[in-house]
Design a protein around this ligand. Structure first.
Ligand code: DON
Length: 324
């Protein structure tokens, strides 16, 4: 009884702080919408959502939590998990390492010494990982990806066709990366099809609540917080969390690990998902981005929540780990 009471008090405190942080940061309009994909510049820049879900399925939602947006690079994390599950670590490591780069997400630079992409969170690594999705043709491979997302979301994901078309038109830099991977033998065939698959995974629509659920499942060693289903194997979720902590925020990953200390992944759609092992997932949606391509308000929310609730993975006193 006392424990239930504690959970309720903790949940109420967390909700209160989320409301307070949302209210204080609502007026922050620094940053700019991603415009290198024209369709991304058409979203409402003021949208702002904070969503959280614990590994036990308790949730807190504040702001525009029903608003959909494209998942963009956050898809790279789920795709990495899929590649690990279907091909195993050794095969995946042949194509993408685990070293943070300090370079922008769309850098055309490979890990020359190992003839592979530096990590699966930059575009080169993500395209290499997408090439590992099996299937006879694009439709079959799309189905594998959509089924993966369905396991996490608990519903059939939708693709934003306008963003997909826009990504495809604006995707020549990614094509350059794809062909470089082909040239190096990291991708062996069907490079255009793999690029189409990569553009599609980026164009999947989610809400902040969806991202919080995804985060909670990964933080819960792959067990979905609502269905109890094992959506990804525990050892794979460990690798996903590790790479999220070291590479998830691109060239900001070091600062992020230092200040926030929560494994996380961002996307240029404006989403950030953070995963607190054994505790839950936190997601922010706010589409104005900084120079690294990370949501400005998203970073601020995570900084404040990490500080307030001792969520840094190396904090000495992390009561939530035992009390979710
Ligand atoms: O490859 C691209 O350009 C995008 N579709 C995805 C990039 C992304 O989200 C990078 N994020 N911060």
């Amino acid at each position: 009884m006392a424990e239930i009471h504690d959970h309720q008090r903790a949940a109420e405190w967390f909700k209160h702080v989320c409301r307070d942080v949302h209210g204080r940061l609502d007026g922050l309009d620094e940053g700019a919408l991603a415009s290198y994909i024209p369709e991304l510049a058409r979203v409402d820049p003021d949208h702002f959502a904070i969503a959280a879900m614990t590994v036990a399925g308790r949730s807190a939602n504040e702001g525009d939590c029903d608003q959909t947006f494209t998942i963009q690079s956050i898809s790279k994390l789920l795709m990495y998990g899929l590649a690990l599950e279907t091909h195993g670590r050794d095969e995946v490591l042949k194509r993408a390492g685990v070293a943070p780069t300090g370079d922008p997400f769309n850098s055309i630079k490979l890990d020359e010494a190992h003839r592979r992409a530096p990590n699966p969170m930059v575009n080169s690594g993500a395209i290499a990982i997408a090439s590992m999705v099996e299937g006879d043709d694009l439709a079959a491979r799309r189905e594998v990806v959509l089924a993966l997302f369905e396991r996490y979301l608990g519903r059939r994901p939708e693709v934003d066709e306008a963003v997909l078309a826009s990504e495809t038109v604006a995707g020549n830099r990614n094509r350059a990366i794809g062909y470089l991977l082909l040239n190096e033998g990291i991708i062996t065939d069907r490079v255009e099809e793999t690029l189409d698959l990569y553009f599609m995974q980026c164009s999947i629509l989610v809400t902040a609540v969806d991202l919080a659920v995804i985060g909670a499942a990964i933080a819960n060693h792959g067990v979905h917080p609502m269905t109890g289903q094992q959506v990804v194997a525990p050892q794979v979720s460990r690798d996903m969390l590790t790479v999220a902590l070291t590479c998830g925020m691109y060239d900001y990953a070091g600062e992020w690990a230092y200040t926030v200390g929560i494994p996380a992944k961002s996307g240029v759609g404006g989403g950030i998902v953070g995963m607190i092992p054994d505790v839950g997932g936190i997601a922010v949606y706010s589409p104005r981005l900084d120079a690294h391509g990370n949501s400005v308000r998203g970073i601020r929310v995570f900084e404040e929540l990490s500080e307030e609730f001792d969520l840094h993975v190396f904090d000495a006193d992390r009561p939530w780990r035992r009390n979710t």
